[in-house]
Design a protein around this ligand. Structure first.
Ligand SMILES: [Zn+2]
Length: 511
């Protein structure tokens, strides 16, 4: 479904570096607006929605021969920029600007689609990776000529509407509410929403406490929808925890531009603690806009002695494969390898072996001991409090207030210490609440590809060996060698640079 610009930040993670594209009208009556007017309107749309403008392109009348060369150059430059990942969203005002001829449209569409660039026109944002949006934009392309007048009317209505709201930003940050002057309609203040602000605070606190986004997401879903008709999704959390608006700062064009007029929901310390967690290297890919493959950079070549990682290879005919990134000596269809590894990993995560592997580490033992100690200390304190409240046969408390105070003074720091020690968990956060669960399969389905990659990195070394016979449909034994955490030969820091891989199985096929 197409998205209204003001909702983009709810659905996608910024920054939304924008290209503006203004294209001259070719209609003889010159009904279309000038390139400058289009660019002006595109600029205000970007500013309203806090999309940093990276570049502007103006395409003058392509039919006029003396401009034609220059116009083509600008257009090619824009396509190059899109292809180099320089922008995240392409903004133009009227569909007819893009779609004056289908050739232009098709090139733009393909470039945007291939590079994950959003397309915005008529005040609507399209994500061309979605089939429905591709269909909608293609229909617009075909109808552009007929609809030129209608489109212009709609645009004018959009402009008037956004001008009349008088809001400093197009969108309101979830967790806040706004108060408007009943007479003038002007915005009076933005304040923490009484029901939603506590939810925001809780999300930050739980992440700081080491909980996974997945666990938090399940709880949020259990308590209700984010907005009527919109359930909570992982990306809502992802953009929430990075939004400096929650600590009362204003973001403009991707930069912190100072204190906001609204109160913070999250204090600076908590916000910073959460940034440390969400910006950790293993999570950094979670917001990468680029398409990510399950095993690229994770699985290794089992043939080369230094075990270079596998990379994605786009075969003729659009079939994706994994291939040794250095010697091209092993290759396998991506879908085949993904399915094989996923199945094995799910089986492992559900297994007793996984529970044992993660439970037997010293860290786990230490944590369990700390929890036990915490329980004892708290029990001791509770008993003492109980005794102080009871009178003995002589009519005096079983424990004097002075003794209780002394005991409390001695127990409290010990309890705090045990509490801290029991919270140190060395299981990678992404694995908490996953290992040993009977429903790993459904948990896996709910995970994003980045979470799955994080799980794979933590629990398995994957090596691809050479096929005995090429073109086999089934994966023969020994073709993909998996070494799980807890098994001999597992290398836990494999992802960090090149290290010597475990020796390939002697029995594995080598040719
Ligand atoms: Zn190789």
């Amino acid at each position: 479904m197409p998205i209204a610009p003001e909702h983009l930040a709810l659905l996608y993670t910024g920054p939304f570096d924008a290209y503006l594209y203004g294209r001259a009208s070719r209609d003889p009556k010159k009904k279309g607006r000038s390139v400058n007017t289009q660019l002006d309107e595109g600029r205000s749309l970007c500013i309203e929605n806090e999309w940093p403008i990276k570049r502007e392109f103006r395409d003058v009348d392509r039919s006029a021969s003396r401009y034609a060369k220059k116009a083509r150059e600008e257009f090619e430059e824009m396509i190059d920029g899109i292809e180099s990942g320089d922008c995240r969203i392409l903004v133009a005002w009227e569909a007819s600007r893009y779609y004056r001829d289908l050739e232009v449209y098709i090139r733009l569409r393909n470039a945007c689609m291939a590079n994950g660039v959003l397309l915005c026109y008529n005040g609507t944002v399209y994500d061309l990776s979605k089939r429905s949006d591709r269909k909608a934009t293609a229909q617009d392309a075909l109808q552009a000529e007929d609809e030129a007048d209608g489109i212009r009317d709609r645009n004018l209505r959009t402009v008037r509407k956004s001008a009349s709201t008088g809001a400093p930003h197009g969108r309101i940050l979830w967790g806040y509410a706004r108060r408007y002057d009943p007479d003038t309609g002007d915005l009076v203040e933005q304040y923490p929403h009484p029901d939603r602000a506590p939810i925001v605070l809780q999300v930050f606190e739980r992440i700081a406490a080491g909980e996974t986004g997945y666990a938090i997401l399940q709880d949020l879903r259990a308590t209700g929808e984010r907005l009527p008709g919109i359930r909570w999704e992982q990306h809502h959390l992802t953009s929430m925890v990075r939004n400096i608006g929650y600590k009362g700062r204003r973001l403009f064009q991707g930069k912190d531009v100072g204190k906001a007029s609204w109160d913070a929901i999250v204090d600076d310390d908590l916000f910073d603690a959460v940034q440390q967690i969400v910006r950790a290297p293993e999570r950094r890919t979670a917001n990468s806009w680029a398409a990510v493959h399950l095993l690229s950079g994770i699985a290794r070549c089992g043939r080369c002695p230094d075990a270079p990682h596998l990379k994605i290879l786009n075969n003729r005919g659009g079939i994706l494969s994994y291939q040794c990134s250095e010697r091209y000596d092993v290759v396998i269809a991506e879908a085949k390898m993904d399915a094989y590894v996923e199945e094995a990993v799910i089986e492992y995560l559900e297994s007793k072996a996984a529970i044992a592997a993660f439970a037997s580490t010293d860290d786990q033992k230490r944590t369990a001991a700390a929890r036990q100690r915490l329980k004892q200390l708290q029990g001791q304190l509770d008993d003492a409090r109980g005794q102080a409240g009871k009178l003995g046969p002589t009519g005096t408390p079983l424990l004097s207030i002075a003794s209780l105070a002394a005991l409390e003074a001695s127990l409290t720091p010990q309890i705090e210490e045990a509490k801290a020690a029991s919270e140190v968990l060395h299981v990678p956060p992404v694995l908490r609440g996953v290992i040993g669960r009977p429903d790993v399969d459904s948990i896996w389905q709910e995970m994003s590809i980045e979470q799955r990659r994080a799980v794979l990195r933590a629990v398995v070394n994957v090596r691809l060996m050479k096929a005995r016979v090429s073109g086999l449909r089934k994966i023969e034994p020994g073709r993909i060698v998996l070494t799980f955490y807890g098994e001999p030969g597992f290398v836990s820091a494999w992802r960090r640079g090149r290290v010597t891989a475990p020796a390939p199985d002697a029995g594995a096929p080598q040719d």
